[in-house]
Structures are given as C-alpha cells and as structure tokens.
Design a protein around this ligand. Structure first.
Ligand code: PEP
Ligand code: MG
Length: 551
C-alpha cells in the first residue's frame, strides 16, 4: 500500500486519498497506462544512428497523432481544447527535445522509446522548476508528448481503453483522446489546474489527482471506483459502492444529453418564476461546457485557481493574458470575477506562511490589489463585469476595495459584490448589502465555519442545518431590502435537496459547476415556486428546532 492509502474501517475496501480534480463518480476496470517496465538492453554503437532516426520518426508520428486529435476536437466545436492539444505538436518538434533524445541514444545507448521518455521527463523537470507558472504547468504536457512518441517507437498497439485510466500524469491530448471510452481518471501526480484536469472537467469525466505512488500499484484490469467529489480512488470496492457509482455515471450521461437538448429553454419554475443559472467556471474549456448546457453567464470565476503555482504576485500583463481568453467569451453577458481568494488550501508558493485569507490577505498588499483590479477590468472589457470580494467579514473591506476600484474602472463600469461565506458576514449582511451591488452566498465555507465541519464533508450540503439556513435567510432578506441581487455559488446550489430550499428562500441566481448547469436548470423547471416558498418558510419557522437539526 502506498503512502496515500488508508484502509477503510469496514470491509476489504482500500481508499487512496488524493485531490478532487473533476466531480462525479465512476466504477470500472483499471486501465493502467504507466506500468513499470524493465530497462531494455543498450543499443550497440554501430546501430545508434539508426535508433536516433527511429526516435525522430516516432516524434513525427506523435505530432501527426496530436494534429489528428486537434482536428477532431475542432470538428466537435471544441477549439480551445484543440489549441491546447496543438501546443503538443510544437513540443514534439522542439529542437531541444530532439537533440536531447539524440544525445541519450548516442552517448548512453538508450533505445528510442526509453530515450524519448527520459528526454521528455528531463525537459518536464526543467519546466516545472521555472519561475513562470504558465510554463511550469506545461511540464505534464511535454511528458505526455514524450510518452506518446515512445509508444509510437515501440509500435505499441494503442488500446482504446474502456474503464478508469490510471497513470502517473496525463497530458490534455491523452485525456481528449482516451476520454471517448474512459469513464474516469486517477493520477498519481498531476494538479487540479493542469490542462488535463481542465479538459476532464469540461468533458464531465470524474478525476482525482495527487494519489501518490500507491495508484501505480494498481493492477491492470482490477476493479476500482474513482470518486471525483471526495477526491478518492477505491480499490476492491464493495457492491454497493460500485452500484452507486454506476448509477451516478448513467445519471450524468442522461442529464447531459437532456441539458444540451434543452439549453435554450428558460430556467423558469412551473409557475413562471425566473432563476438565473450561472456557471462556476475559471477556464475557457469549462465555459464551453457551461455554454453547451445553457448557462447565462459566469457567477464565479475563481481567479486564484489560475495562479496557484505563481512564484510571486502576478503582474498586470500576466493576469490579463490568463483572464482575457476566458472573459472574451462572455461579451455582453454577466462575468463575475472573484478577487484572489489566496490562503488556506489555496496558498501559492510566494504566500506560504501567510495567516490571513481572502480579502484580508489582499488588503495587506494594496499595490498588488490595485494591479489585480486593473487587470480584471481590462480583461473583462465588453462583459457585464461583476467583481466579487472573498471572505468578507464587514463592510469596511468592501469600502476599501471600492475606493481602489474607482480610479481603475474609469467609464467602463463594474459592479462590486461581497461573498457571504463567513458567519460574521451573514450576521452583518444588511450593513454589507448597503455597500454592495450584489451578494453571493458561499455555502462551502459558510457551512464549514458555522458547523465546524471538514470542508470536504460540507460539500455534501449540511447547508440544510437550521443554523446555516437562518444565516442564508438573513442574507437574502438583507439583499432584498437593499434591492440588490443575491446568488448562491457554493456546492449547495447544485444539491438536489438544498437547491429548492434556496429558491424558496428567494435567491435570484444559482451559480454551479459547468457540468451541472443543465441539471440545475432542469430542476428549476420541475419545481413550483409558491410551493417551495411555503416549504422554506415552514422549515425556517417551525418551532422546536433543536440546535444542529437538519431540515
Ligand atoms: C464557497 O465557499 O462556497 C465558495 C463558493 O468559495 P470556494 O469554494 O472557492 O471557497
Ligand atoms: Mg469560499
């Protein structure tokens, strides 16, 4: 058992713990892509020139495969994914990589496949150590190009894997190509913001990363369950877990088909109450999926996720370069960009050791906050831009941001809103609302902070606990009194039990993961507003609620 493995208390299941990179659960046979191989014999000196030529042909073949994958993605109207895959073509042709392969063959006598893998791994290690976070993220991509070329060199028959892909790391092209039959992905390494994870999210494939070496001990063909909601991979899953996962996969498939077919049907309750359904999306790929499913805009762009590997505060140009490709797709539509919510489990290297989180952390560095605001305004030009302040605890923070925003916003216009995700903010919701243009309720943090639950558990929405519901209700009333819109952007907005209660309490908007937009729009159409309104009022006011009781 690897370091990430922990035996579950009941039954023979073994859970490997990693990080959730794309939601949903899936069960199936493991398709292990990075099985360990024995070192191959050294190539004799007189055969090395021919071996190098074989390696070059393999790189060309890999580039051609990537071009084909990109062309197919374009045919499916997925040009952002295609752009990502095409960067692999350039990597395969990179003269530095080619000469590294040739040197490994000429000097060490490595076989073509081994030299390709080794050269790509060396290049990836160099990229990963670079100061530039965007280049560092390309490390996995170059590694996957090398491994693809190695497969071409050995003439390894490409399997069309049906099941859960298990690998050390995967490039975005691998995901796009393999996803046609794969039902889930589990990686020993990899990151939540790596391109492979982004592609998986946009495809609605459950994915867990950072499982550690234990993931590579899994046997090809072994039955596993990948749980992208909880960030675990389960070996020897029991029958119940498998059946829940299979049901979840089937539900997702059917729901997506329905969502795409009904993307133009308004999200309106049976009795005509409109709810605006927005997407939580931070990348162009997620936005594409959100659009497919009928999202009316973005309710939460978690800007910090795009800079988690940053070695220093990102500058104006760097931020615009990263944000513009996403926001340019939202012309004329609502684009809610949250200020960097650094801190806690989202701390980039340069902020290690920082105690503050969210807006408090930003206000400690006013010059960087001003740059951040200016970059968002620039990148959001042409959208119905809303700037969202994370981890607010009082109206003073909002006033400080508004003062800094005024000179950068010029005549362009941007609304300023507060996340209500701390108990302090909910208790001061009226005061905050009087300084805000909109409120956004973050049920993930709010639930955890109110109930003291672990954040991963709180994603399963004990938002229905009366103590949390009362704070949500107070926030909605405050927004209504101030005549500003209020949304929920935490996971509760896409929880089947919590969502009707939130609508009944009077939220105007729900902002949910891109892959869930269609399902939530469908649920809105199934409910009766006057009925959920009565039910929510009854839940709130029914007497005799013991503290901690769920409704
Ligand atoms: C929340 O806390 O509910 C929220 C949406 O913010 P995040 O999940 O990014 O902390
Ligand atoms: Mg939060």
């Amino acid at each position: 058992m690897g370091p990430g493995a922990r035996r579950l208390m009941s039954g023979p299941e073994i859970a490997l713990h990693g990080v959730s990179a794309a939601p949903g659960t899936a069960a199936g046979r493991a398709v292990v892509l990075d099985g360990r191989t024995n070192p191959s014999p050294t190539v004799p000196a007189h055969d090395r020139a021919e071996e190098a030529a074989r390696a070059r042909r393999a790189l060309e073949a890999a580039a051609a495969e990537l071009e084909d994958i990109a062309a197919e993605l374009r045919r499916d109207d997925r040009s952002e994914d295609a752009d990502i895959v095409e960067t692999g073509v350039l990597m395969a042709m990179d003269p530095v990589l080619v000469s590294r392969v040739e040197t490994l063959i000429a000097e060490l006598g490595l076989q073509a496949a081994e030299a390709l893998r080794e050269a790509a791994d060396q290049t990836a290690a160099e990229l990963a150590s670079l100061e530039d976070p965007t280049l560092a993220l390309r490390a996995d991509d170059v590694r996957s190009v090398g491994h693809r070329a190695a497969a071409c060199a050995t003439g390894a028959l490409k399997r069309a894997p049906e099941g859960i892909l298990i690998a050390a790391t995967l490039g975005p092209a691998d995901v796009a190509e393999l996803a046609q039959k794969a039902t889930g992905i589990a990686l020993a390494g990899g990151g939540v913001t790596a391109h492979a994870a982004i592609v998986a999210r946009s495809l609605g494939l459950p994915m867990v990363v950072g499982l550690g070496a234990g993931a590579l001990e899994i046997e090809d063909g072994e039955e596993v369950v990948v749980d992208g909601d909880r960030g675990i991979l389960v070996r020897r899953p029991d029958a119940r877990r498998v059946s829940v996962a299979l049901g979840d996969a089937e539900n997702r498939r059917v729901a997506r088909e329905t969502a795409v077919a009904r993307r133009l049907v308004p999200a309106q309750t049976r009795d005509g109450h409109r709810i605006r359904v927005l997407a939580n999306a931070s990348t162009a790929a997620e936005l594409h999926e959100a659009d497919q499913q009928g999202a009316e805009g973005v309710g939460l762009l978690r800007s910090e996720l795009l800079f988690l590997e940053a070695p220093a505060w990102p500058g104006f140009r760097e931020q615009v370069a990263v944000l513009r490709p996403v926001l340019s797709r939202l012309a004329g539509r609502v684009a809610t960009v949250r200020l960097f919510d650094f801190g806690g489990d989202k701390t980039p290297p340069f902020l290690r050791g920082a105690i503050a989180r969210g807006i408090d952390l930003l206000l400690e560095s006013p010059a960087h906050l001003k740059t951040h605001l200016a970059a968002i305004v620039e990148a959001g030009h042409g959208t119905d831009l809303r700037i969202l302040v994370p981890m607010v605890t009082g109206s003073g923070q909002l006033r400080s941001v508004r003062e800094m925003l005024a000179p950068v916003v010029g005549g362009r216009g941007a609304e300023l809103g507060a996340m209500i995700e701390t108990p302090e903010a909910a208790l001061r919701a009226s005061e905050i609302a009087s300084h805000a243009d909109f409120l956004s309720i973050g049920t993930n943090d709010l639930t955890q902070l109110v109930l003291g639950f672990d954040r991963e558990q709180s994603r399963t929405a004990p938002v229905t606990d009366i103590r949390v519901l009362r704070l949500i209700d107070a926030t909605i009333r405050a927004a209504q009194a101030a005549r500003i819109p209020v949304d929920v952007c935490g996971e509760a907005a896409s929880d089947p039990k919590a969502m009707p209660i939130l609508v009944g309490l009077g939220v105007d908007e729900l902002s949910v993961a891109a892959a869930r937009v269609g399902q939530v729009r469908e649920w809105v159409r199934e409910i009766d507003f006057s009925a959920v309104e009565k039910e929510s009022a009854r839940l709130l006011h029914q007497a005799g609620h013991a503290s901690g009781e769920r409704v």
